[in-house]
Design a protein around this ligand. Structure first.
Ligand code: PRP
Length: 172
């Protein structure tokens, strides 16, 4: 374990089991629909690809990259890489690694909602409710977590640790 990591919150096995549960629910819920997974770069890529492999339905995947303007400008978000696919009339599931304040998600739902998808829901691996400012409905949540700085399985600390197979807590 890297020196900065003080605690393992979820092991690789725990994550795998939870991802399977979510994929199972999604497979049931989206039967006979036109599912598009929209993975928000960069953090959700590990989760999105593992989840997609476990969903037993035809689906498409697309990627969206956004950038926020940092502290003090919460909610000011812009798209830096847009979707390739036209989502009008399709069942869109936004895949996130973590939801904190909800500002990013609010922007995403407003923007994607404006493109007339048939449905628009959210699947997040982690929900750090303690930091929530804007409350939005999250249809699928992997784990609720305490207000700690987490890394691994896509989550970074200064762009490092995304490739750890578990989710850990780093020193404050
Ligand atoms: C994280 C996460 C969400 C956002 C959530 O992305 O993937 O997009 O922050 O925060 P909010 O609820 O307070 O808006 P981050 O900016 O860390 O980018 P990354 O996925 O490229 O690491």
């Amino acid at each position: 374990m890297p020196d900065d990591v003080v605690e393992v919150l979820f092991t690789e096995d725990q994550i795998r089991t939870r991802v399977q549960d979510l994929a199972h629910r999604i497979s049931e819920d989206y039967k006979d629909r036109r599912l598009v997974l929209v993975s928000i770069l960069r953090g959700s890529v590990f989760f999105a690809t593992d989840l997609a492999r476990q969903i037993e339905l035809p689906l498409s995947m697309d990627f969206l990259s956004i950038s926020s303007y940092g502290e003090g400008s919460e909610g000011v978000v812009r798209i830096t890489k847009d979707l390739e696919e036209n989502i009008a009339g399709k069942d869109v599931l936004v895949i996130e690694d973590i939801i904190d304040t909800g500002f990013t998600l609010k922007y995403l739902l407003r923007t994607l909602g404006g493109r007339n998808p048939k449905s628009l829901e959210v699947c997040t691996l982690l929900d750090r409710r303690a930091r929530r400012i804007i409350d939005l409905e999250l249809k699928y949540v992997g784990f609720e977590i305490p207000d700690k700085f987490v890394i691994g399985y896509g989550l970074d600390y200064r762009q490092r640790y995304r490739n750890l197979p578990y989710i850990g807590v780093v020193k404050p």
